[in-house]
Design a protein around this ligand. Structure first.
Ligand SMILES: Cc1cc2nc3c(=O)[nH]c(=O)nc-3n(C[C@H](O)[C@H](O)[C@H](O)COP(=O)(O)O)c2cc1C
Length: 335
């Protein structure tokens, strides 16, 4: 039996809903070729970081702001950038090489929080051949005088500025930490975003008790983290005019299925690919296909969003109702 896995994302026709999200794996053309051979439907390249653009373009402005010493100190926060990807020019070449090597869509990624030199680089990514652009607005507001409203406005302004003059679709990779994510999503759509990638997975700092140092720690995700994007995708599906990508916790076909039922247009993988290698999508896609065939689904389109807030048999499960019920059921089990 045949099952149609195709899905539409950001106006792009994809052969299935499995996308490789931004990670070191998509920084290597050979690895992306292997991902494509294993069935991946699109790739998101590692981000070009604002700090790298600033490296090149805004060094003088930074010097004026911090003084030479402060600037050197600021750069110390990003010691690995040179090895993660080597800067704007190399990044643009990477887009072009990926386009040459692959026939699936290539999505470029910019990562930062200020308007800065982004708008120009967004255009350059487009010219280098990117099929879409993902804007990763990873911010950690630490100033007690900056309100949530200001943080949100800054993101909206970045999206509007970057989107202006861009012909390829622009999608925004967000953190889950908003007081009203649905309102933020609506405003992002109004500012020109065509999609959302939910969510950014923050690298949380750890404290080394022996050395008394704060150190960054990169831990790969697990499937249990899937529930956060599942809830918000289910809430947003059909209520904002945006393509929805789920990123965080997609490790198996079942994970992808849950997110598709919630309303995702695509499900992205990073940790699973880093853990199992670039050929892993083949297995996930086989399992996805078998699951659909066994339950007599004819297409991914058919199930997409059928468990979203608007269509779920019990929508309260996505809101407060779930909280109360879960707590009650736990204490009943334990007593
Ligand atoms: C080592 C590593 C590097 C990453 N680099 C980027 C990046 O450059 N830009 C970005 O937007 N996300 C980056 N991510 C985040 C992933 O794209 C993804 O959103 C996140 O890991 C959650 O998905 P997962 O559960 O499949 O890992 C990175 C993740 C890992 C583990």
């Amino acid at each position: 039996m045949k099952v149609d896995l195709t899905t539409r994302y950001l106006g792009l026709e994809l052969r299935n809903p499995l996308v490789a999200s931004s990670s070191p794996l998509t920084g290597v053309v050979d690895a992306m070729r292997e991902l494509e051979d294993a069935g991946i439907a699109a790739v998101v390249l590692p981000s070009l970081f604002e700090e790298q653009i600033e490296h090149d373009e805004m060094e003088m402005a930074r010097l004026a702001e911090f003084g030479a010493e402060g600037f050197a100190e600021a750069l110390d926060y990003f010691p690995e950038l040179e090895t993660y990807n080597t800067g704007p020019d190399v990044y643009l070449e990477h887009i072009a090489s990926a386009k040459d090597a692959l026939s699936i869509p290539v999505i470029a990624s910019l990562n930062g929080v200020t308007v800065g030199g982004w708008a120009r680089y967004a255009k350059l990514c487009e010219q280098a051949g990117a099929d879409a652009l993902e804007l990763n607005v990873y911010d950690v507001p630490m100033d007690v005088d900056i309100s949530g409203a200001e943080v949100e406005q800054r993101i909206i302004d970045v999206v509007r500025t970057v989107g202006e003059g861009l012909s390829i679709p622009l999608t925004v990779k967000l953190s889950p930490f908003f007081s009203s994510l649905p309102n933020m999503a609506k405003r992002l759509a109004e500012a020109g975003a065509k999609g959302l990638s939910l969510f950014n997975r923050f690298m949380q700092p750890d404290i080394d008790l022996d050395k008394l140092e704060v150190r960054p720690s990169v831990e790969l995700s697990t499937s249990s983290e899937l529930r956060l994007p599942t809830r918000w995708i289910a809430i947003l599906r059909g209520r904002v005019d945006l393509s929805l990508a789920a990123t965080t916790g997609v490790h198996m076909a079942e994970d992808a299925l849950k997110l598709l039922f919630a309303g995702a247009d695509v499900t992205m993988m990073a940790s699973a690919l880093l853990r199992h290698g670039a050929s892993y999508p083949r297995r996930v896609l086989e399992e996805l296909r078998s699951w659909l065939i066994e339950r007599e689904y004819e297409s991914v389109e058919q199930l997409k969003g059928s468990m979203s807030l608007q269509r779920a048999p019990d929508p309260s499960q996505f809101g407060r109702g779930q909280y109360m019920r879960t707590l009650v059921s736990y204490s009943t089990l334990e007593l």
